[in-house]
Design a protein around this ligand. Structure first.
Ligand code: SF4
Length: 683
């Protein structure tokens, strides 16, 4: 093929949060090839199988191409006018009868920034509620809370370019070789070039085979482990006293707590040998440029925010953040735009740019730009929305680009909530499990068919451009929200994505220098970017931290046990996560060619546990928790520790999230996906 003859569109991958720049080559309205961009700021000519090859879903005959409206037990095709009028009527009735807080929306971490901006504006201005949330609630909300408390801003402290100069990597609760392959490859490259590597993960993930020390804590014991590492830093004098004296607060309180986390005690709490705790702490503590990279194995816990803060303690103790002597604390975001959805204010307590809805100054700034009075109390978080629906307090639930039945915990309770809510709207590519429970289903454009921006895991805004037109009557989320506002008799202004980002820049000082025009000219730009004439800030906190007192804050919260532990009734612990070929609910990847390489769900079981049950590879077992059950085929592997199990949630037919619990982070309500007590029965 002569590639020069093909249409070429530069866009940003819509799968994981790495944000690879891709050149999409098209011919006659179909994708001919996807090429990783050599000048991509993070990927530099690389991409994984998802970004390069998982686009077959675009032509799937199952794509939704027209709006559907429930009539009795059936969903029937209707015109856009009828679908939008039905929703507008439902919204008006709910607001009139039960008030604006009887309406809630779950926005999408896969939608663009501009779409998220418009959706939250619709909810706040047209409906008059802060009941807007996005799926960062289910993954990195503890990162936002923990990093903000420790350092002042809700993003990672450094760029990946910084991390790549580290001489010691502490990779915690993340499996980047499978879940963020381009970052995984770059981390591995760095290790091959001499960086020391400490991996903390209960499973024998690929990166662990290259680690100097692999810590395998019992699920739910992260805080004890991090305190154990901090104890060694403190007792062996591997701390930056100058930094702690001038730029940090909370050392005496933390030191008092750390007294109780001797390596021997930590070994008892976590199952990690005391010698490994000491060895890992020495590697991190003696490195000149240490960096922490972490994932959902830190956040998706009953005390996930405590975990983020205990991890941040390590960087603060070492003076390894905001000093150029180390590369801070950096979360790997799961979904492509989970950072951006939160940045844009699709959150119940925060406006675009993280101004609090309860703060009259931040609210006043948005009110002035939007020309409307805004609600001044926090809205509902996603789990609270489901609870309100079950209790009959929610009249309308609008779910945008999320298959909550497949991905949210305690799925049977989620289904109860959807069935109890009088009007459920699902905006989707396919008739997902959630869409099957909806009253109105709206067909949407995919990431390859829309215009806007995403924010990747290291806070870079990047352009998203349409390589194709959506099929049938499918529309972008942006166009749908606009049309719904018109159907409601409102005008949201900003009629294009570029206008929406320009308006967001007026609402949120941290994005004041951001625009499509500038991104088209300069390429990726990190936030904070308060000035159109100056570059965005890639590495944070050079002079001061963004906290009220300008100091980094240590956390002295003690270790508290997880919501569930193994016992006689449920003797095994199930961990859920991702596998390399798939993405979240699998809606897109299961319908693309790469899925043939990883076609079905399986339950990873340690050979010793399999022997006790007398099961072998391929045998189907009934997995039971206190919340539900699922049937899965066994794969025996020593990747999991004895007493622990692992499976993904990419296959709705397996119903894995019927097993997971409603236990959630005590600060942010992020579900405790990583610790579910279960038992197995042979089928
Ligand atoms: Fe890059 Fe992630 Fe897309 Fe793979 S899925 S190409 S690593 S952004």
């Amino acid at each position: 093929t002569d590639e020069a003859a093909l249409a070429r569109t530069r866009t940003t991958c819509g799968y994981c949060g790495v944000g690879c720049a891709l050149d999409v080559l098209t011919r006659d309205g179909r994708i001919a090839a996807v090429r990783p961009a050599k000048d991509g700021p993070v990927n530099r000519g690389h991409a994984c199988v998802k970004g390069r090859f998982s686009h077959g879903f675009l032509r799937s005959p199952e794509r939704l191409t027209e709006p559907l409206l429930r009539r009795g037990s059936d969903l029937e095709p209707v015109s856009w006018g009828e679908a939008l009028d039905h929703i507008a009527h439902g919204l008006r009735a709910a607001i009139a009868e039960a008030g604006p807080d009887s309406v809630a929306a779950i926005s999408s971490a896969r939608a663009t920034n501009e779409e998220n901006y418009l959706i939250q504006k619709f909810m706040r201005v047209v409906v008059g509620t802060n009941n807007i949330d996005n799926c960062s609630r289910l993954c990195h909300s503890p990162s936002a809370a923990g990093l903000t408390a420790a350092f002042g801003l809700a993003g990672g402290t450094d760029t990946f370019d910084d991390v790549e100069r580290a001489d010691c990597l502490l990779v915690v609760g993340a499996n980047p070789i499978e879940a963020h392959p381009v970052v995984g490859a770059r981390l591995l490259q760095q290790v091959l070039h001499g960086a020391r590597l400490v991996v903390a993960d209960p499973r024998a993930i690929g990166l662990a085979t290259h680690a100097d020390v692999h810590l395998r804590p019992r699920p739910g014991t992260n805080v004890a482990l991090f305190h154990g590492l901090a104890h060694v830093l403190l007792t062996e004098d591997m701390i930056d006293k100058e930094f702690l004296r001038h730029r940090a607060a909370g050392l005496p309180e933390l030191a008092a707590v750390l007294d109780h986390y001797t390596p021997d005690r930590v070994a008892g709490l976590t199952g990690v040998p005391a010698s490994d705790v000491v060895a890992a702490a020495r590697l991190y503590g003696r490195a000149e440029r240490p960096a922490i990279v972490y994932g959902l194995g830190v956040t998706e816990h009953l005390h996930g925010t405590d975990g983020v803060r205990a991890l941040a303690n390590l960087a603060i103790l070492r003076g390894a953040v905001g000093t150029g002597r180390g590369f801070g604390v950096n979360p790997l975001r799961g979904q492509n735009n989970v950072q951006g959805a939160s940045d844009m204010g699709a959150l119940p307590d925060l406006l675009p740019g993280y101004g609090k809805v309860r703060d009259p100054v931040a609210r006043g700034r948005a009110e002035q730009v939007w020309g409307a009075r805004l609600p001044d109390h926090d809205g509902l978080r996603i789990p609270q929305m489901f609870a309100a629906a079950r209790e009959g307090d929610l009249r309308v639930l609008w779910v945008i680009g999320e298959d909550v039945v497949t991905t949210d915990p305690d799925a049977n309770r989620v289904i109860e909530a959807l069935d109890a809510c009088p009007l459920v709207i699902s905006q989707e590519l396919f008739l997902s499990e959630t869409a099957r429970h909806a009253d109105v289903v709206l067909p949407v454009a995919s990431w390859l068919e829309k215009d806007g921006t995403f924010v990747n895991f290291d806070r870079r805004f990047q352009r998203v451009r349409p390589a194709l037109t959506p099929p049938g009557q499918a529309r972008t989320d942006f166009a749908i929200v606009h049309a719904l506002a018109v159907a409601c008799g409102a005008d949201l202004g900003c009629s294009t994505p570029a206008e929406a980002l320009a308006e967001c820049a007026r609402v949120a000082p941290v994005f004041a220098g951001m625009s499509h025009e500038r991104l088209d000219r300069e390429g990726a730009i990190p936030w904070p970017c308060p000035d159109p004439g100056r570059p965005g800030l890639a590495t944070l906190y050079h002079d001061r931290f963004a906290t009220a007192d300008g100091l980094a804050h240590l956390s002295a919260r003690p270790y508290l046990p997880p919501g569930e532990i193994a016992d006689d009734d449920y003797p095994l612990i199930l961990i859920t996560g991702r596998r390399w070929a798939h993405y979240n609910s699998g809606n897109m990847t299961r319908r693309s060619g790469v899925a043939e390489l990883d076609p079905s769900e399986r339950l990873d079981v340690h050979p010793a546990d399999a022997a006790v049950l007398a099961v072998r590879d391929g045998d189907r077992v009934l997995v039971e928790s206190r919340h539900g059950q699922a049937t899965l085929p066994v794969r025996t592997t020593e990747e999991v520790t004895q007493g622990q199990l692992f499976c993904s949630f990419h296959f709705p037919s397996s119903g894995v999230n019927a097993l997971t619990s409603s236990h959630a982070d005590t600060v942010t309500s992020c579900p405790e996906y990583k610790v579910t007590a279960v038992r197995l029965r042979v089928r």
